[in-house]
Design a protein around this ligand. Structure first.
Ligand code: ATP
Ligand code: MG
Length: 445
């Protein structure tokens, strides 16, 4: 009975309530984009209000995996995780000058004493104040790298495309504190390295470009983009001279129309639509100076402003952007590490000689679940009134990386299982031993 608790059945999932799948693309049904349609119609997310989305159980599994991946990479470079408050006092935003500058993008509210707050859209003020309040940070403690993964709030002018541009969303924001510009730039490069490793592990093609610094400020900035038609940024890339920049930056610094460094005839500048999934800034002393966030130098008496950096990743945006990049017209495709479940088992309808395919599916699920990394990763489609083909359509639509079909051969001895790899649509018949070694190769986080 104990193992029964670990089994997952399609009939029990908070999903698949029979919503009819629209036949046309997102835009044609007024849903702005492909991934938004797929996530909404497959109960991955549900709209709460314009720009606000509930993350449903299947979606949250994927989001939590992505979060663990981000945690691993941030901690691998010495990041320490914190959780700051969501409410930020007006006074701190006045100190930085951003209360006015951020304007109506800030969600503002007032407490009973008539003190104003905003719901944090980003946390440079709060984290700098936190460091300023800590007495006596010494040069020996540096660099300090703090990060959080929390909900951010921005009253976006045009929330759209589901999680791609919400009015509340999950962001990973890291803040670094160094003793001088040189070490701060080392730290900056270190964080960019962690971003590269993270995006490599997710496995969706991306590009790192020079970016504009905008309202965050600072003097050096890069953006990470996924390529997608619905992207709201344009990136300029030239393979010949290596230019990689946001078009907005090229316009700002006057290098348009020829951002490319090559003579016009050899220039091969391409413009592509991108979704900004990450952003890095070198801030210098822009925040530490007004907040008097200082450390004590090696002479034991001089107090010096921190040289700071800040680094964002749009966690919920990344989740949907990967779906946008990988999915087919009718089926969700996840980066394999992030897929909510790895394996989908479809037992054939029971035969009239008393064969019990569901029981065979359950015992296969129990065997696979003995591999610790597959615990919680296996779903049994127990809708025994449906044909295998009908259930396979659902497995494909929901994007489980592997489907295992239990047909007649699964009850023969030795048993053979039909394994379909979703990404390639390749079908192989496997013995239990082969299946177990496939299971060992599946990576989970
Ligand atoms: P954009 O230009 O797309 O509005 P931004 O430059 O305002 O983004 P940052 O302030 O750098 O964004 O925020 C860090 C990251 O948070 C972004 O790289 C993006 O991935 C994510 N992000 C920003 N705004 C949103 C939003 N409204 N919904 C979802 N994710 C967002
Ligand atoms: Mg923005």
């Amino acid at each position: 009975m104990a193992s029964y608790c670990h089994r997952r059945y399609v009939s029990r999932l908070f999903q698949n309530f029979g919503k009819l799948q629209p036949k046309s693309k997102g835009q044609e049904i007024g849903l702005s984009c492909h991934s938004h349609k797929l996530m909404l119609y497959n109960d991955i997310i549900a709209q709460s209000y314009a720009g606000g989305f509930h993350i449903l159980p299947i979606g949250l599994r994927a989001l939590e995996k992505l979060t663990r991946l981000v945690d691993e990479e941030m901690q691998a470079i010495g990041g320490q995780k914190i959780a700051m408050t969501t409410l930020a006092p007006e006074s701190l935003w006045q100190t930085s000058g951003r209360w006015a500058a951020a304007g109506s993008e800030l969600f503002k509210l007032m407490d009973r004493q008539k003190h104003q707050f905003c719901l944090g859209p980003t946390h440079e003020e709060l984290v700098t104040k936190l460091l300023a309040n800590i007495a006596q940070v010494s040069y020996k403690h540096l660099p300090i790298k703090l990060y959080q993964i929390t909900r951010k709030f921005r009253d976006e002018m045009a929330p759209r495309y589901g999680l791609l541009r919400g009015r509340e969303f999950e962001m990973k924001d890291m803040y670094t504190f160094d003793s001088n510009e040189e070490t701060a730039l080392d730290t900056y490069n270190g964080v960019c390295g962690a971003y590269n490793r993270l995006f490599d592990r997710i496995g969706v093609p991306y590009v790192k470009v020079s970016g504009a610094t905008g309202i965050i400020g600072g003097s050096l900035s890069h953006e990470y983009h996924y390529f997608a038609d619905v992207g709201q940024d344009s990136v300029l890339l030239c393979e010949r001279c290596g230019v990689q920049m946001n078009k907005e930056l090229a316009a700002e610094d006057g290098s348009l129309p020829s951002a490319c460094q090559m003579p016009a005839a050899q220039c091969d500048l391409q413009e592509q639509k991108g979704i900004e999934v990450g952003h890095t800034f070198y801030l210098g002393t822009k925040y530490s100076s007004p907040f008097k966030a200082v450390y004590m130098d090696s002479d034991g008496s001089t107090m010096i402003d921190f040289h700071m950096g800040c680094y964002g990743l749009g966690i919920t945006r990344i989740l949907q952007a990967t779906v946008e990049a990988l999915s087919t017209e009718t089926g969700i495709r996840w980066p394999s590490l992030v897929a909510p479940h790895q394996i989908y088992i479809i037992p054939k309808k029971d035969g009239n000689r008393g064969e019990d395919y569901l029981a065979a599916a359950e015992s296969l699920s129990d065997s696979l679940t003995q591999r610790r990394h597959l615990q919680g990763e296996i779903v049994i489609d127990d809708r025994m009134n449906l044909t295998i083909g009908r259930r396979q359509v659902d497995a494909d639509r929901l994007g489980y990386p592997y489907t295992i079909i239990l047909g007649v051969k699964a009850l023969e001895s030795p048993a053979l299982y039909e394994v379909v790899e979703t990404a390639t649509r390749e079908t192989t018949f496997m013995s239990i031993d082969q299946l177990m070694s496939l299971a060992d190769q599946i990576q989970t986080i």
